[in-house]
Write a protein that binds this ligand. Structure first.
Ligand SMILES: NC(=O)C1=CN([C@@H]2O[C@H](COP(=O)(O)OP(=O)(O)OC[C@H]3O[C@@H](n4cnc5c(N)ncnc54)[C@H](O)[C@@H]3O)[C@@H](O)[C@H]2O)C=CC1
Ligand SMILES: O=C(O)CCC(=O)C(=O)O
Length: 630
């Protein structure tokens, strides 16, 4: 990099997250009876000046008058500001030090607090341009040096004119006075810095937006502390994912868009372009066709348990990892199932609807306790097993059937066949997963095998039950009641109608796929899934991924991490290591895990290496995706 580029960085709300004079006011007015009112007034003057709506010079004088500050307040202010240095400035200290000769802090703030902060980051004292306080004999900060160009309106422009820097000038700042430098022709580029504050009037004029210093460095091909600016990671969240997830992704610096309902395949093909992270629930189908339109997709987050709506193989082949929330709504489903078992045993639905029609039908006929009854659980996974424990606590006798061997909890009894379970159970509840082979696993034959008048629940997936057979069994009385939460065709949004042959049948509870829809579950999911996704993006961890080889990696420290995803064919690891050897790369650690289709190789390397290795890694035959992390 030649030395003819100069980087002008603003201080307030750019170098630090806050406006220093607001902070100074919070200290100096600590015991003032009208503290809040005065601070609000100071803030308004700052905002108005920064947005370019009022005279800067007048505002500065007015603010100092209001603040009633004393020089004894400055050490406390400096300590506070040190803690509030912007995150991206903090992490890019190496850049600030390496380019110290070309970095100027130009601020309408005051050197007395700016200098101790920015010099800690390698900024040269002679490159700090700011105002200075006037202090009276008692130590009060009564005003400022009016000769200083930066105390004047358009002061930054005047300063830049005087400096006449011999090269290209790039300005990074959040305020209108920073933009004005470019407008006056004193800078080649202005970047509106939006990490801490977004001033609409500034953003509207800026040709470049920098949500972080990383973005500024990335655009200008300057050395960065992290491998990729987080603001370039775009997240699309569908199906009303809980706002906590939006908040977590935004806090990480990602760009987030949300859609309240599910999207059709066509709509998703349109929207998926440039999306790095897709978040869905149970209704959006992530098909091979969708993936063909996904040019930047790294990860699909299923904000639920089931992942049958996602083409997991196609994701794998495209190097896209799929993560879900395997336990976050388990309890909610179990509680709904238990509630339905009781409601159906007492014929509550019919009695309640009669009451609403003004009919009093007090009778015990057709009503039973669940105690000592036999509950048959089909699919003894997380939900089935949890249900087993709670049902036993209510005095039920639990039987279960699963296609794989499962730990028997409490006194639950294993059935060797589904047939055996169906013959025994007074209640049959399905908690199998939605794999394609389970389509219509429960049909006429299974209903016929059930006990006369038994109760049936499905809170798993709609397609596992043959609906015609269920309707026939309900109409014939073979099944005396049912609780159905999931359907082969479910409306995409709450505005779409629900059509089903199950409507209007007596003693049938129909719920709109709400087994997992409790506040607790949604908050749990909204915390769990984004954290897993960010862990994958930031460290490569695939632990818990439903399609990728699971690797739990050590924290990345003093190294760069090469993440290579490839088709699992012989010789790829050897080729990778050849590339590393050819480029004399010092390997600090290597981790490999494969499944039948892909290999996942992580190589931690010394930070000093020839960048050619990156291109060479991408050229290794059978590479699906490659990225570098630091
Ligand atoms: N209604 C709702 O809102 C919700 C529905 N679900 C559904 O519940 C399903 C189960 O959830 P978890 O228990 O957490 O999953 P899990 O994977 O822990 O358990 C599923 C169990 O079903 C067994 N299984 C699969 N096919 C079978 C078959 N044909 N016969 C017998 N056993 C079979 C599996 O071996 C496994 O043990 C999810 O896959 C999802 O589709 C999950 C959460 C909420
Ligand atoms: O709440 C949802 O959207 C889906 C719940 C579900 O079916 C699941 O977690 O698998």
């Amino acid at each position: 990099m030649s030395k003819d580029k100069y980087f002008i960085i603003d201080f307030d709300s750019t170098f630090t997250q806050v406006e220093a004079l607001d902070e100074l006011g919070a200290i100096s007015l600590q015991n003032h009876p009208e503290r809040e009112r005065i601070l609000e007034q100071v803030k308004q003057i700052t905002d108005s000046a920064m947005a370019g709506s009022s005279s800067f010079a007048e505002g500065l004088a007015k603010r100092l008058e209001l603040l009633q500050a004393h020089q004894s307040h400055l050490p406390l202010l400096i300590n506070r500001l040190k803690e509030r240095v912007s995150e991206s400035i903090r992490r890019n200290r190496d850049f600030l030090q390496e380019y110290a000769d070309q970095i100027l802090i130009v601020s309408s703030g005051f050197k007395e607090f700016i200098t101790p902060i920015v010099t800690e980051y390698g900024i040269k004292e002679e490159n700090i341009y700011a105002n200075t306080f006037h202090v009276d004999a008692q130590g009060n900060l009564t005003g400022f040096d009016k000769e200083n160009l930066l105390s004047l309106d358009k002061g930054k422009i005047k300063l830049l004119e005087q400096l006449a820097l011999p090269g290209d000038v790039y300005v990074l700042g959040d305020g209108y006075t920073d933009y004005e430098i470019k407008e006056a022709g004193m800078a080649n580029k202005f970047y509106a810095f939006t990490e801490n504050v977004v001033r609409d009037s500034v953003v509207a004029k800026a040709e470049h937006i920098a949500p972080s210093l990383d973005e500024f460095l990335y655009q200008n091909k300057l050395p960065m502390a992290i491998s990729y600016p987080k603001n370039r990671i775009s997240v699309l969240l569908l199906e009303n994912v809980h706002p906590q997830a939006v908040e977590l992704f935004r806090r990480e610096g990602y760009q987030v868009e949300t859609v309240s309902g599910a999207l059709s395949e066509e709509e998703l093909c349109e929207r998926i372009k440039n999306v790095s992270i897709l978040g869905i629930r149970s209704k959006t189908h992530v098909t091979r066709k969708v993936l063909e339109h996904a040019n930047r997709l790294m990860c699909v987050g299923a904000f639920c348990i089931g992942t049958n709506q996602i083409d997991l193989d196609a994701c794998l082949e495209a190097g896209i990892t799929v993560l879900n929330a395997p336990y976050s709504n388990t309890r909610s489903v179990v509680e709904l199932a238990l509630g339905e078992i009781i409601i159906l045993s007492r014929n509550v639905l019919d009695k309640s609807s009669k009451m609403h029609q003004g009919k009093w039908d007090k009778s015990a006929s057709g009503s039973f306790e669940v105690r000592d009854k036999k509950l048959g659980i089909v699919g003894y996974g997380n939900i089935g097993a949890q249900l087993s424990v709670l049902a036993e606590a209510m005095g039920m006798e639990v039987y279960y059937y699963d296609v794989v061997e499962k730990l028997q909890l409490g006194n639950a009894r294993k059935c060797n066949t589904l047939h055996e379970l169906l013959e025994k159970a007074d209640y049959v509840t399905l908690h199998v997963d939605g794999r394609p082979e389970n389509k219509h696993m429960f049909g006429a034959e299974e209903f016929a095998t059930m006990k006369e008048g038994a109760i049936f629940l499905n809170l798993s997936r709609g397609h596992v039950v043959d609906l015609q057979a269920l309707v026939a069994s309900l109409k014939s009385g073979k099944i005396s009641g049912a609780g159905i939460d999931v359907f082969p065709e479910e409306p995409a949004t709450n505005s779409d109608p629900f059509e089903s042959e199950l409507r209007d049948l007596p003693n049938v509870i129909l719920t709109p796929h709400i087994g997992g829809s409790t506040s607790e579950a949604q908050v749990n999911i909204a915390n769990f899934v984004p954290n897993r996704i960010m862990d994958y993006i930031n460290s490569g961890n695939t632990y818990g991924s439903v399609n990728f080889p699971n690797l739990q990696l050590p924290e990345l420290k003093n190294a760069h991490r090469l993440i290579h995803i490839h088709a699992n064919v012989p010789g790829v690891l050897a080729n990778i290591n050849q590339v590393l050897a050819k480029n004399h790369v010092n390997i600090l650690g290597q981790y490999l895990k494969t499944n039948e289709r892909v290999g996942y190789v992580i190589t931690d390397i010394d930070k000093a290496y020839d960048k050619q290795v990156v291109n060479d890694m991408k050229q290794v035959p059978h590479t699906i995706k490659f990225r570098i992390l630091y």
